[in-house]
Ligand binder design. Structure first.
Ligand code: G3P
Ligand code: CA
Length: 334
């Protein structure tokens, strides 16, 4: 992997000079680059780069990744969710990116627009102008009346460009190439936009789609990439099955599997449990991933006890709909 390769050389040089770091170099490198690059007031002001904070499970270094913004508090992927995530000390704003019928990159999770807007059909069948006519906020007020806010009504779907323009380089963006079987060829315009804004250090690009990440790595091998993983539980045997043929089940992953992913990615992201509640990862697997120099980011963790447990296991970041909860957990642990 390009970054791992470079970091391996740096690590080796550090060891030789008696200043070796442990296996959290990738993430510390990323963060130290960001710290150089941004005024941290809105993105964890107290999250200074700490060269001592490199032990597995070091709570100070666990990143708050706001899943579709603070989507537990406001309509996902809208300015309201992003604003609240920033207020809640999120380190990263997570956004799923898709492509409109007329070629604009937009932040939107589902393939179909009906759950989170007043429209119907697939997002890729709409132009940007048509999508921005939709009301992408009222659904939240109906779904979560206790969190409803009249201001959410009429919330617009945002383009990635608008988001970069609005929030600037003080914010970090954890963007996903979503459903690439529908959103073809989004990698090049995405990388171009990141480069045009000069946000290479402000962005992590994640995907379930290995070929998408490999394409991005070929376009710009300096970008930080995270391979998302998903395992399904076989109803009959209870065994875990890989999804999208990226990896075998956690227990069956070999050094070679990690090396293959490591050729293009710096981190791994995965769910904690399957829909039926079966947990698909454990502490040993988290440590194995850390031992292979990967950032380990688990989604989507909204329960405080799960947050504490995963932090104790040594994860380096958690996706959550409630960045305020994770912020509280981290503050209480420190
Ligand atoms: O990107 C991490 C996590 O968000 C993956 O699941 O479906 O919420 O995009 P999803
Ligand atoms: Ca996502």
């Amino acid at each position: 992997m390009k970054k791992q390769y470079v970091l391996s050389i740096i690590l080796l040089a550090g060891i030789l000079s008696g200043c070796g770091n442990d296996n959290n170099d990738n993430e510390n490198n990323l963060n130290s680059q960001n710290d150089d690059n941004q005024e941290p007031a809105e993105v964890n002001a107290d999250d200074t780069d700490n060269n001592d904070a490199t032990e597995a499970g070091d709570q100070e270094d666990v990143k708050i990744i706001a899943h579709r913004g603070a989507s537990g508090h406001a309509p996902e992927s809208t300015t309201y969710a992003i604003d609240q995530a920033i207020e809640m000390n999120a380190d990263w704003i997570e956004l799923d990116i898709q492509i409109t019928e007329d070629g604009h990159l937009v932040a939107f999770h589902d393939d179909e627009i009906s759950r989170t807007s007043d429209g119907e059909g697939e997002i890729g069948d709409y132009t940007l102008a048509e999508l921005q006519e939709l009301d992408s906020g009222s659904w939240f007020n109906e779904e979560y009346p206790d969190k409803a806010d009249a201001a959410f009504a009429g919330a617009e779907i945002l383009t990635l460009e608008e988001i970069f323009d609005t929030y600037g380089s003080e914010v970090n963006y954890y963007i996903e190439t979503k459903s690439t079987y529908l959103n073809e060829d989004m990698e090049e315009p995405m990388v171009e936009m990141v480069e045009n804004f000069g946000y290479e250090e402000n962005v992590i690009i994640q995907s379930f789609h290995q070929d998408s990440l490999e394409t991005i790595s070929e376009l710009n091998d300096e970008l930080t990439l995270v391979q998302l993983l998903w395992w399904e539980v076989d109803e009959e045997t209870g065994e875990l099955n890989e999804w999208l043929d990226i990896t075998p089940a956690p227990n069956d992953m070999t050094d070679e599997d990690f090396e293959t992913i490591g050729d293009y990615a710096d981190g791994l992201g995965m769910h904690l449990d399957y829909y039926d509640g079966t947990e698909v990862i454990d502490e040993a697997f988290v440590q194995t991933m850390r031992d292979h120099d990967f950032m380990v980011h688990v989604y989507t963790i909204n329960d405080e006890e799960d947050m504490e447990r995963l932090i104790d296991w040594g994860v380096t970041g958690l996706f959550t709909d409630f960045p305020d909860r994770l912020d509280n957990v981290l503050q209480n642990l420190n």
